[in-house]
Ligand binder design. Structure first.
Ligand code: ADP
Ligand code: MG
Length: 703
């Protein structure tokens, strides 16, 4: 048996938390830190020096040798540049460790190679990192040793955000300000802050390392680009919540321990729908910390997988034909005196504040559906959204029976007089208790579902940062709150005005509510009839970033300026083209160096067999038919390969990031599909021992 684990002792051992600061800092210093962390502002340099010293001492006691400003550039993952805690040796040649307040608060990585969408080219190449005091510093353990990581925001010399965190922090402040105006209207004078909370459920696949290494596509693209479906996929539903296999269990155990040490509240784990697919969900926390922690979750998954001779696939669609991976972004907003604004209570029809908040959220989501869709878009997610297992690319809101009924009453009569109750769930077994049922059932097909006291945004891709979706959510809801507060603060009769506004919001934006099967063909048609956008690809979605509506929204609340939005859009186009280019080149390599040679070898074997049989006087009927079939697919493959190669050359000459991205989407991805089809046919025709790469069956079932 393995050693006992004490979760309480393990939790947060590698985090320089507020509790550790309270222990290690002089009282007045701690107080200043706490104040700035809660209400914003700047630390004085004296305080920063004291904090830096305490942080360094703690880190060195724990065996750290380096520190880094840990930030989230627009690559979607995190970046770090390690600096040792060393200074010039003194006269006796002794090394004194050093880490100043200035080094804690501000960094200047030479970050000119990060994507900036042209932002810095026109100004200065400099980028600065600034400590996000609200997210605790932590120690990362890896083969590099122990590194003190200081979560930071990353901005250009002129103050433009070069990362995913800065706008998120801006959006959280904006949401807080506007939500406070709402709760004040309802007589809450105690709350001083409203916080967005996020719980990001992370889906992932595991694959054996040796098999992974034999697949160029998994190595370079993170997903399979060839592969026929195995005889068994997910149709038996036997993997979902199934018993966790030993090897996977050992991985999960180590993963949890590593995450707990980092203060990540890894909570639930289970097998997902597809074979070799799993999920980890942490307990929700303040949005920016949840975003940081989700990055740590993804990074730790990859690292621990390697230790178990596995590889963790975070791609949204590693395998065609089975479920892809997403990241459900659970989101709610809570006042610092403990009121979750999304909690309907037992009688939502009488909870006016809740109804106003809900109506504002519906308005926000309907008004900015295209932008919200964009916030969940990435190249990998294009393989998933709109495919039959994932939420469609159409944004709609699921409210559940109870709230739907309340909204309907409000829209139809102006009053919601009654509320549907869940009632008792009768088990029919004497020894089992009867349960109070929830008033709403779940709807797993909705991209934006109300689930009890939070919304669950299910479009987000598994590999993507959750920063953008939450930045958008916070800002669009802040806008709706702002518009409501503008009206209501001026109202002569608040009761009547709020009643009218709720009805107006629900009536105007009812079209965004959909409680049916989001995966059905009928919904696609119905959504079109309702005028809801259905945006299929990342690069089409990117247009939403620079529409007048979006630019005005973000400018009003100072979350993004126009230049920042344009640069992000540019990066999306560039990134799209680069990603598809890598995939195309990988396919070309696999087809020409592995698959086609293997097929030729097998064809030759067949041809020799046919000749030998004919000489022996036996009619090689089956062999001939097989050879013919193989040969016709091989011809198709060769033709498709040549076309892809030609178009790849063309792609390189297309001028302009946007045009190039669309060329990749409209031409290259079609060429890739044309190459894949005959190759997958051939996989079914050619002898297993000759097939040069591990099959889907091996990849998914041999973990
Ligand atoms: P399910 O898979 O059934 O949706 P999980 O337990 O896997 O449920 O994940 C639910 C996620 O939602 C968890 O991360 C949980 O902490 C988070 N969550 C629960 N309540 C809230 C809330 N009020 N605000 C934000 N997130 C929440
Ligand atoms: Mg879950």
């Amino acid at each position: 048996m393995s050693e006992l684990i004490n979760v309480e002792e393990l939790f947060g051992v590698n985090v320089f938390s507020m509790a550790k600061m309270r222990e290690r800092l002089p009282k007045n210093v701690y107080k200043e830190v706490k104040k700035v962390a809660t209400y914003g502002g700047e630390l004085s340099m004296d305080t920063a020096n004291v904090v830096a010293k305490a942080m360094k001492d703690w880190a060195i006691e724990k065996g750290a040798t380096h520190f880094t400003h840990w930030f989230q550039p627009l690559t979607g993952i995190t970046a770090e540049k390690h600096d040792a805690f060393v200074s010039h040796p003194d006269e006796d040649g002794r090394m004194l460790t050093e880490f100043s307040g200035k080094e804690l608060i501000k960094g200047e990585p030479d970050a000119s190679s990060f994507p900036s969408g042209g932002l810095r080219a026109t100004f200065e190449a400099r980028g600065y990192t600034a400590w996000d005091i609200t997210s605790p510093a932590f120690l990362k353990e890896s083969s590099c040793g122990k590194i003190l990581c200081i979560p930071t925001a990353f901005c250009s010399y002129t103050g433009e955000a070069l990362d995913k965190k800065t706008p998120l922090l801006r959006s959280m402040e904006v949401l807080s300000e506007q939500a406070l105006r709402i709760v004040r209207l309802f007589g809450n004078t105690d709350a001083t802050k409203v916080t967005a909370s996020v719980g990001a459920e992370q889906e992932y696949f595991l694959v054996d390392k040796d098999l992974f290494m034999q697949r160029d596509d998994l190595m370079y693209a993170g997903r399979t680009l060839f592969g026929a479906l195995p005889p068994k996929g997910q149709e038996m539903d036997d993997h979902y919540f199934g018993v966790i296999r030993e090897r996977v269990g050992a991985f999960m155990k180590d993963l949890n321990e590593e995450l707990w040490k980092l203060g990540v509240t890894a909570k639930t784990q289970h097998n997902e729908v597809a074979p070799a697919q799993h999920e980890l969900a942490p307990i929700y926390e303040t949005a920016n910390i949840a975003v940081d922690h989700n990055q740590l979750v993804m990074e730790t998954m990859k690292r621990v997988a390697i230790q178990h001779s596995l590889r963790c696939l975070l791609h949204e669609k590693p395998y065609a034909g089975v479920n892809g991976s997403g990241k459900h972004d659970n989101w709610s907003i809570t006042t610092d005196d403990g009121v979750n604004l999304l909690d309907p209570g037992d009688t939502p029809n009488k909870n006016i504040q809740f109804l106003l908040v809900l109506s504002c959220i519906l308005k926000a989501v309907d008004t900015h559906a295209a932008l919200l869709r964009q916030s969940a878009a990435d190249v990998g997610n294009d393989q998933r959204l709109g495919a039959d297992e994932a939420p469609p690319a159409i944004i709609s809101v699921f409210l559940g029976e109870q709230l739907d009924d309340v909204v309907r009453q409000l829209v139809e009569t102006g009053d919601a007089l009654h509320v549907k109750k869940g009632g008792k769930l009768k088990t029919g077994v004497k020894s089992l208790p009867d349960f109070e049922k929830d008033a709403t059932d779940r709807n797993r097909t909705s991209p934006f579902a109300f689930t009890g006291n939070k919304f669950e945004f299910r479009m987000v891709g598994s590999a993507d940062s959750v920063a953008s979706p939450n930045t958008v959510l916070n800002t669009i809801v802040a806008e709706a709150f702002c518009e409501a507060a503008d009206k209501l603060e001026k109202a002569k009769d608040f009761e009547i005005a709020v009643h009218d506004l709720i009805k107006e919001n629900f009536s105007a934006h009812e079209r965004i509510i959909f409680n049916g099967d989001g995966y059905s063909e009928e919904w696609v048609k119905e959504a079109e009839r309702r005028g809801l956008p259905n945006i299929k690809s990342t690069i089409e979605a990117a247009e939403a970033l620079t529409t007048k509506q979006t630019v005005d929204l973000f400018a009003k609340f100072h979350v993004f300026n126009k230049t920042e939005l344009e640069s992000r859009q540019e990066i999306i186009y560039e990134n799209y083209a680069k990603t598809i280019n890598i995939e195309a080149l990988t396919m070309i390599q696999m087809a020409s160096k592995k698959i086609i040679p293997a097929v030729i070898k097998y064809s030759r074997h067949l041809a020799e067999t046919i000749n030998a049989m004919t000489t022996a006087g036996v009619e090689p009927k089956v062999e001939k038919a097989l050879l013919k079939d193989i040969n016709s697919n091989l011809e198709k493959m060769q033709k498709a390969l040549e076309k892809l190669q030609r178009d790849e050359q063309k792609a390189a000459t297309v001028e302009g990031a946007k045009k190039r991205a669309f060329f990749y989407k409209d031409t290259i991805t079609k060429d890739m599909a044309a190459l894949r089809t005959p190759a997958d046919e051939l996989e079914m025709l050619v002898d297993k021992n000759t097939w040069p790469i591990p099959t889907y069956g091996e990849l998914m079932f041999e973990v």
